[in-house]
Design a protein around this ligand. Structure first.
Ligand SMILES: [Zn+2]
Ligand SMILES: [Zn+2]
Length: 249
């Protein structure tokens, strides 16, 4: 598997990065995890506008899904003809949420003409060549973490979450654990909203993950503090997500 960080800024974009979006590729199949603010532009640095094979939306907060509105335009009004429906996996209500955010789609079902919506529940299923496992994580809205397996290797993405036993299970023995660390230890502590660097590290340690990449750090947070906090509790390699970075898993 190849992972490309399209955008990794938490909650709102920074001058350097779009919001959450990650491209996962294997066997020529391209799966995009989330499409937050600014991600659609950045995505075009890494693959063609129409080269995605599936999209997974971890939850419906704007910083994870709002560029789907722009992507609707690109697919619906394509000069060479309307695109076929692209599989989109998201929580209950994804189509309604995106249709409402867009505000004036030609009809209430226009999104479905270019997106094939699948409602995510905690389960195990296949997306192209990937075996994926989804679990509810701890966030104010219905939110999912995802474990992606291919060729004997595993990538886990936390989505947005506070401390969660389900996340521990998803990250069990993962080769790469892409984990949010939006909060700073000792500064912010709101249960069931976000992890801090220390909690991300503790989760990776409990799960036995082999590598930890911290992501979803907002522009107002010093990422070096979260990196140091994670390293203090997790012995494996830890890094910070950065736009354009790729990982072979
Ligand atoms: Zn978020
Ligand atoms: Zn969120």
């Amino acid at each position: 598997m190849k992972l490309t960080v399209v955008g990794c800024s938490g909650s709102f974009p920074s001058a350097e990065s779009a919001c959450s979006s990650y491209l996962v590729e294997a066997d020529g199949f391209r799966l995009l995890l989330d499409m937050g603010n600014g991600a659609l532009g950045e995505l075009q640095r890494h693959c063609g506008l129409y080269d995605l094979d599936a999209i997974f939306l971890s939850h419906l907060h704007a910083d994870h899904c709002i560029d789907m509105c722009g992507y609707f335009v690109a697919r619906y009004y394509r000069h060479d003809g309307r695109c076929d429906p692209l599989p989109v996996y998201g929580p209950e209500g994804t189509e309604h949420r995106l249709t409402t955010a867009y505000a004036d789609t030609p009809s209430a079902s226009s999104m479905s003409e270019v997106f094939d919506f699948h409602t995510v529940k905690p389960s195990t299923f296949e997306i192209g060549p990937f075996l994926v496992h989804t679990e509810r994580v701890a966030h104010p809205v219905e939110a999912y973490g995802i474990r992606i397996e291919h060729g004997g290797r595993t990538l886990t993405y936390s989505g947005d979450t506070g401390v969660s036993p389900a996340l521990d299970d998803l990250a069990r023995d993962a080769d790469l654990f892409l984990c949010e660390a939006a909060f700073t230890h000792g500064k912010e502590n709101i249960p069931d909203l976000h992890l801090n660097g220390r909690e991300a590290g503790e989760t990776a340690a409990r799960a036995g993950a082999r590598r930890l990449i911290l992501t979803h750090i907002p522009p107002w947070t010093d990422p070096q503090i979260n990196l140091t906090d994670a390293r203090g509790v997790y012995a494996g390699p830890v890094g910070l997500a950065a736009p354009g970075t790729t990982y072979e898993i």
